[in-house]
Design a protein around this ligand. Structure first.
Ligand SMILES: *Cc1c(COP(=O)(O)O)cnc(C)c1O
Length: 374
């Protein structure tokens, strides 16, 4: 059994992937070949936004977006602590300061209450200037952008949607990557839509932002290729990876439907014994992860050991919330500052989740979990 089964997926699309890669090899247009523009058109259409800009990773998608917002020293960007480290790291890389916010135990996403408190606190202390919010669509579920947009609008903040785990997810009929001023996703191989290396994309409806981000993607290029008009990055997506993604996009909706089916099997098997992930009203998760919560660290430990003995691969996302990471020690956060995310870090386990998981596998995994809890 695999945690994420890329082999079964490759078996399904092998012919198409190899044809597309061969076309790139024969054209030798390895950088910004026609596949990149074709992919960008398809991504924009899929997400329902005006512009999609392919780039080199999810992290670079976040950094390039934040560079376009022109963060200055002392600018605060509010971000949930319970996320992959890059959500916060990108703020520091772009010259701002992360202000860590607690998360909600039901959705694993940013807590609106904790965000309001953090905003009030930051204003009262007067040191940092609130500039924006990075809302993360964790484990595949879109955050509560109705509340987030209201807060952002009232305070003049930007929203950067970190949809690295949520490409394909929906909220009230709108697709992930379309909720913020700018949206960013990742095509890291294990994400819901993954390539065969590193990759990512940036989404926006704003023409000016799109032009700025396209310039930042290639060393701050101006209309003259060798007149660099700002500081940028080398953050392009390889043509080869675009070719792989084009092949994968053809089966992506079918894969999302299968992921939802797998999640439904887990819900039915485990709903009575552990806290299973809640999907908010009118939302469709991309199910990057199926993450359950145990009562405490000791209970988690015994279940993880039982699953290990039974040959079931599991992961803990994330054992150390970003506000307690060594890299952010200097910001002075302490254990107890963000109680919900600290508690989740001790109690979460992500179970195998991919479109090719069989019902019998889910039943086997669930019976091991139940056995360990007995
Ligand atoms: C994976 C991930 C990223 C970074 O994406 P990379 O492509 O690995 O750079 C950022 N944020 C979140 C929430 C992620 O899960």
């Amino acid at each position: 059994m695999q945690f994420i089964d890329l082999k079964s997926q490759f078996d399904r699309i092998e012919g198409d992937v190899i044809d597309r890669i061969e076309r790139v090899l024969r054209s030798q247009r390895y950088i910004m070949g026609p596949e990149v523009a074709e992919l960008e058109d398809r991504l924009a259409e899929y997400a329902g936004v005006n512009h999609a800009i392919a780039c080199s990773s999810g992290t670079d998608a976040l950094v390039a977006s934040l560079m376009a917002f022109d963060l200055q020293p002392g600018d605060a960007v509010f971000v949930p602590s319970f996320t992959f480290f890059a959500s916060a790291e990108s703020i520091t890389l772009a010259g701002g300061t992360p202000v860590f916010v607690d998360s909600d135990e039901d959705t694993f996403n940013i807590s609106i209450e904790s965000l309001s408190e953090a905003l009030a606190r930051t204003k009262a202390e007067g040191g940092l200037r609130p500039r924006g919010i990075i809302a993360v669509d964790l484990f595949g579920q879109v955050a509560d952008y109705d509340s987030l947009s209201a807060i952002a609008e009232e305070r003049g903040l930007f929203i950067l949607e970190d949809a690295a785990q949520a490409f394909g997810a929906q909220r009230r009929g709108k697709k992930a990557c379309s909720f913020g001023t700018v949206g960013a996703t990742s095509f890291y191989p294990s994400k819901p839509l993954g390539c065969y290396g590193d990759g990512g994309a940036i989404f926006t409806d704003d023409d000016e932002m799109a032009a700025l981000i396209r310039s930042i993607r290639v060393h701050g290029q101006g209309s003259d290729k060798y007149d660099n008009v700002r500081i940028g990055l080398n953050a392009r997506l390889d043509t080869m990876q675009a070719a792989v993604l084009l092949a994968k996009l053809d089966i992506f909706d079918d894969e999302l439907a299968r992921r939802s089916e797998v999640a439904g099997w887990y819900d039915a098997c485990l709903g009575d014994v552990v806290k299973t992930p809640a999907v908010a009203d009118e939302c469709v998760s991309a199910w990057a992860q199926y993450t359950v919560l145990f009562e405490d660290g000791a209970q988690r430990q015994s279940v993880v050991e039982a699953l290990g003995s039974a040959g079931v691969p599991v992961c803990v996302f994330y054992p150390i919330p970003a506000h307690l990471s060594t890299a952010y020690k200097h910001l002075g956060y302490r254990k107890g500052d963000l109680p919900c995310c600290e508690s989740m870090a001790e109690r979460v386990v992500s179970l195998p989740m991919h479109p090719y998981l069989k019902r019998a596998d889910v039943e086997k995994i669930s019976s091991v979990v139940k056995g360990a809890l007995r």
